[in-house]
Write a protein that binds this ligand. Structure first.
Ligand SMILES: [Zn+2]
Length: 324
């Protein structure tokens, strides 16, 4: 499954003057986009430590290099300076995130994406069952953030929840709304207005780390939870040994920050959330998906093969909002 050539390339990364790896530009399609950044962070956005070190960098085009810092105290790795909201939006638009436009036949591309939804929905059923088991919250309003087609929303609705999805990709949201009849907010999560304390559960799958700020963005979601409400998500852990084998894991331009368990727990503490469980999940995915996550090339005959893998570097975390 692992293409040895692409792994060699990953190990052959160049290094900058401080010895930090610079990933080769693989996105020359971004040449036409003008890239801007916010002011650099002088302190860690999670724990406020000033003990920061360079982590890695990625050339987006001949002009723009995105750099990540690492906090030596809590271990958070974060874009520093972070790409501006305008640049992130332009990049997402340009990048064809769901691969819908790579196929000239638009309807065909949608069908392709949806072909694997039954598998994602099945995974969703396992997830919502586990969340209910762990939290004791058996029904009510559930907000699913970065929903794509709404596959998890379908599973949560089947389990008896009243579901709202958020998906900034308008075409994907329209597709999910049409196909499953789910309610979608079509916006970046940070631009949504939520009624305070109005949700029983908030879920985020595969998107923690893509928000604008590791504390303030999540705060917004916690504010939308009722006291005793549940935040359930998965997140990549930056310091996992698997990164030694797949160094390009979670190094895309859209990764704003990557947690360690320590930085994640610091965020929960700041937001008055109590961790109920952190556990390894098994996911049912296509070989193609594994390749994209690990940023390796997979053989084209194996692309659509379905495998069940333990996602060892990406725990499921379930946390409860304190009552007072
Ligand atoms: Zn820190």
């Amino acid at each position: 499954m692992v293409n040895v050539e692409s792994e060699k390339m990953a190990h052959g990364a160049k290094f900058d003057a401080r010895g930090c790896p610079i990933m080769p530009p693989d996105l020359s399609a971004f040449d036409s986009i003008s890239i801007s950044f916010i002011d650099p962070y002088e302190r860690c956005p999670v724990c406020n430590s000033g003990d920061l070190t360079s982590s890695h960098a990625l050339d987006l085009n001949s002009e723009a290099r995105v750099q990540w810092s690492r906090c030596r105290d809590c271990g958070l790795t974060f874009q520093n300076p972070r790409l501006s909201e305008t640049s992130l939006r332009a990049l997402y638009e340009h990048a064809d995130y769901f691969g819908l436009h790579s196929n000239k036949n638009r309807a065909g591309a949608y069908a392709d994406f949806l072909a694997f939804d039954p598998m994602r929905i099945k995974q969703g059923h396992r997830r919502i069952t586990r969340i209910v088991e762990l939290s004791g919250v058996r029904g009510g309003r559930l907000l699913d953030v970065a929903s794509a087609s709404g596959f998890f929303g379908v599973a949560a609705r089947d389990a008896g929840f009243e579901v709202t999805c958020i998906e900034p990709h308008a075409e994907m949201a329209a597709l999910g709304h049409e196909k499953y009849g789910l309610a979608f907010m079509v916006a970046q999560m940070e631009d949504c207005a939520f009624v305070p304390e109005s949700y029983d559960i908030v879920t985020i799958w595969g998107a923690e780390g893509l928000f604008l700020h590791p504390v303030r963005s999540i705060q917004k979601l916690v504010d939308a939870l009722r006291p005793g409400g549940i935040l359930a998500l998965n997140y990549h852990t930056h310091d996992h040994w698997i990164r030694r084998i797949f160094p390009r894991l979670m190094r895309g331009w859209n990764v704003v920050y990557t947690h360690t368990n320590r930085s994640f727990d610091t965020v929960l503490g700041k937001l008055k959330m109590e961790l109920i469980a952190r556990e390894i999940e098994w996911q049912t995915v296509t070989v193609d998906h594994v390749g994209r996550v690990l940023r390796i090339t997979t053989s084209s005959h194996l692309k659509h093969v379905i495998v069940r893998v333990p996602v060892i570097s990406m725990p499921l975390a379930v946390a409860r909002k304190r009552e007072s």
